[in-house]
Design a protein around this ligand. Structure first.
Ligand code: 13P
Ligand code: SF4
Length: 329
């Protein structure tokens, strides 16, 4: 079989898996790009790390590893590839660079931001530390390197409670997501001083919407991301990080499920669980959706959009991320 035939065969296998969520007409555009990216990443010794919110043609088509933000940080540290292409948002690419500074880390669209990350600056954290002297700062990984440099320890939605409790203190400053802070506060006795950040995707869900879906679908399992408002989490059966949500479906195989989160998440988990029925009210993350196959190919071809971080900031920021990865999930 020629190399071209092998590639055609492999993209046909990919399409079989995601055909429910990707129309055939779109696949005709995606398939040649997927072939080119998969060939080029081998030639250039690149690894593609993708967040769970990436579209199915990225998640199932070109990613070497698809995961939540904690696992992306851990995988970035482990890779021996020369280049890391991070298909996700800016703070994820910055974290990959912090974890493995000698690698070339590329982000296919430099304007892929995050409302949480944009809600707080390093200066804001310095002021908070003056206001609450001696109180340790726990920052969500959805923050800039500047904020991480002012932070004692980072966390993700997969380990936030464990990280807070690991400090053995009675009070922490927890930044910047007020809803994740609420979620942590309801699962620990540690006093939480929070910030006013929100995720523009998860803050839109309402408990009414969740209750309506439950009433219309008896027996459904409803799983929410901890960035959702507290009444949405209370109305759900389970809360977890994006990989926690996927694991729940993979292990429990509910007959019917709704993932209260970004839209691509259900498409990606559904491809791995064709026997599970997904009810799909969801909200799109406009930042995650800035990444597409054309931009991945172009940044890999040109080795463009490289992440750089000032040395002083990166040395301080790295410590707070490493301290988190030592604690794990
Ligand atoms: P996870 O760490 O759960 O993957 O979440 C990252 C994120 O940006 C969710 O909105
Ligand atoms: Fe940021 Fe929310 Fe988008 Fe995640 S889903 S990247 S938290 S804006």
């Amino acid at each position: 079989m020629s190399t071209q035939q092998q590639f055609n065969k492999s993209t046909a296998e990919i399409y079989k898996k995601i055909s429910k969520s990707v129309p055939e007409i779109e696949w005709k555009i995606h398939a040649p790009l997927i072939e080119k990216i998969n060939k080029l990443k081998v030639e250039k010794n690149a690894v593609i790390l993708a967040h769970n919110y990436q579209t199915p043609e990225i998640y199932h088509g070109v990613a070497d590893i698809s995961a939540d933000s904690l696992a992306l940080a851990v995988e970035a540290a482990k890779t021996s590839a020369r280049i890391i292409v991070l298909c996700g948002v800016h703070f994820m690419a910055e974290t990959a660079k912090l974890m493995n500074p000698s690698k070339k880390v590329l982000l296919p669209d430099m304007s892929a931001g995050c409302s949480l990350s944009a809600s707080i600056t390093g200066d804001d954290v310095r002021l908070l530390k003056q206001k609450y002297p001696g109180v340790p700062v726990v920052s969500y990984i959805n923050t800039s390197a500047d904020v991480k440099a002012e932070t004692d320890i980072c966390c993700t939605s997969a380990n936030a409670v464990k990280v807070v409790e690991s400090l053995n203190v009675d009070k922490v400053i927890f930044l910047p997501d007020q809803y994740l802070a609420n979620y942590v506060a309801s699962n620990t006795n540690v006093k939480i001083i929070s910030w006013k950040g929100t995720c523009i995707v998860h803050e839109k869900f309402t408990a009414k919407e969740v209750e309506e879906v439950r009433a219309a679908n008896p027996g459904i399992k409803i799983i929410a991301h901890p960035e959702c408002p507290p009444d949405v989490i209370n109305a759900s059966d389970f809360a977890g990080s994006t990989s926690g949500m996927a694991d729940y479906v993979n292990k429990n195989k509910p007959k019917k499920v709704m993932l209260v989160t970004e839209c691509s998440m259900s498409d990606n988990v559904e491809a791995d669980n064709p026997e599970v029925e997904f009810v799909k009210p969801c909200n799109l993350c406009p930042y995650m959706k800035k990444i597409n196959l054309e931009k991945i190919l172009s940044c890999l071809e040109n080795e463009a959009n490289e992440i750089t971080i000032d040395k002083k900031i990166s040395d301080a920021a790295r410590k707070s991320v490493l301290r988190m990865t030592e604690i794990g999930r």
